[in-house]
Write a protein that binds this ligand. Structure first.
Ligand code: ATP
Length: 356
């Protein structure tokens, strides 16, 4: 089937600055895609290129099979939803919703009916006569989405739409947007710097850095098998621990270098003998035992509990973060044993950061 959105070999230069580097991305109809990455990685540039707000320097960009290079935004049939909502302040909710239809020559009564239908889907029916200033942040966000929905676009493009909302509302709206996407059978591209948002909302996550797609795939595949150290550190919270290590002479085990602690550990596959490795272990994959009963012992420096989980910082070099479910069983100053299962150890080439 023709992908709903397809980018092949896309590059974008701002003057001499290379903002998008050889981007290949194929998005099937009905898919929810999240673009994530640190500030400046190019995710907004990519989204704006899809919308036609930026022109790409080379490569091809297709929407529903049609080449869009050079096609102006209003002819692309995509809808952008911004964090700023971009609502017209002097118009009621209903007028905000009907405006684009009226501009395209849809009759007044028909536009009103369409607004009422969309408002019913997004829970705005009782707010149609209000002005944006009379709405809460979440309600404004719903109007912004309704205004996109009413046009039946080929794709929804979200630019950090929830970053103005408080934490609780963000969690709520994240579910609401995803449910709407499913109900409409929409194709959505969603930019966020929040990896939790990306992981929980999307079918397909694209991780970017410095204009490059570092990895793309299903959320849990990125968590289980990060392609490199950057993705490993970016996906997952708290972040993965990285520990320098050296492979033994047969390449069948490793020695972790945790400051004064030099600790051999088993690994589950053969590696280059004597090679320098960065070992990645997720905080939630380190088990806690009594002193002397794990793989090795570490002194506990800090213990922080949220009630549902407890974050333990071990006073090693580099420091290790360990997550325990519940209120926690250890105290600062105590020495604990830590246990690591070979299957949960990630190995990266120290020089390139690439997964081994
Ligand atoms: P953020 O999360 O901070 O919004 P981002 O990943 O969305 O970041 P972009 O806005 O896509 O990043 O910017 C990517 C890079 O391109 C940045 O280094 C930025 O400084 C640069 N850039 C963006 N717009 C322009 C422009 N109009 N002229 C020159 N450079 C630009």
């Amino acid at each position: 089937m023709t992908p709903q959105i397809e980018l092949a070999g896309v590059n974008k230069y701002y003057g001499v600055f290379h903002a998008l580097k050889n981007i290949d991305l194929s998005i099937a109809k009905g898919t929810f895609v999240a673009l994530v990455g640190p500030s400046g990685c190019g995710k907004s540039t990519l989204l704006r290129s899809l919308a036609g707000l930026e022109s790409i320097s080379d490569g091809s960009l297709k929407i529903a099979g049609d080449l869009m290079n050079g096609v102006p935004p209003r002819k692309r049939d995509v809808a952008m939803v911004f964090q700023s909502y971009a609502l017209y302040p002097h118009m009621t909710v209903e007028e905000n919703l009907t405006y684009s239809l009226r501009m395209r020559g849809v009759a007044k009564a028909e536009a009103k009916k369409a607004a009422e239908e969309v408002a019913a889907t997004t829970g705005l029916s009782h707010l149609l006569k209000r002005y944006p200033r009379e709405l809460s942040g979440g309600q404004r966000q719903r109007v912004a989405m309704s205004r996109a929905i009413i046009r039946h676009p080929k794709a929804f493009l979200f630019d950090e739409p929830l970053s103005n909302l408080d934490a609780a509302l963000r969690v709520h709206m994240r579910k609401e947007i995803r449910a709407l996407h499913d109900r409409l059978g929409a194709t959505s591209v969603y930019v966020t710097h929040d990896q939790i948002e990306a992981m929980t909302m999307a079918d397909h996550v694209v991780v970017m850095k410095d204009g490059v797609i570092e990895q793309q795939g299903r959320p849990l595949d990125l968590y289980d098998k990060p392609a490199n150290k950057f993705v490993a550190g970016f996906i997952g919270s708290p972040a993965m621990n990285f520990i320098p290590a050296i492979a033994d002479e047969e390449g069948k085990s490793l020695t972790l270098e945790l400051g004064v602690i030099r600790q051999p550990i088993a690994i589950d596959h053969q590696i280059q003998p004597g090679s320098k490795i960065t070992v990645g272990i997720r905080p939630e994959h380190i088990g806690i035992t009594n002193q002397g009963q794990g793989n090795f012992d570490v002194p506990v420096a800090v213990v922080e509990s949220t009630g549902s989980s407890t974050f333990i910082t071990a006073a090693t070099t580099p420091e290790l973060t360990i997550v325990e479910t519940g209120r926690g069983t250890v105290q600062p100053g105590q020495t604990i044993g830590v246990a690591v299962a070979p299957a949960q150890v990630h190995l990266f080439d120290e020089a390139s950061g690439v997964r081994i």
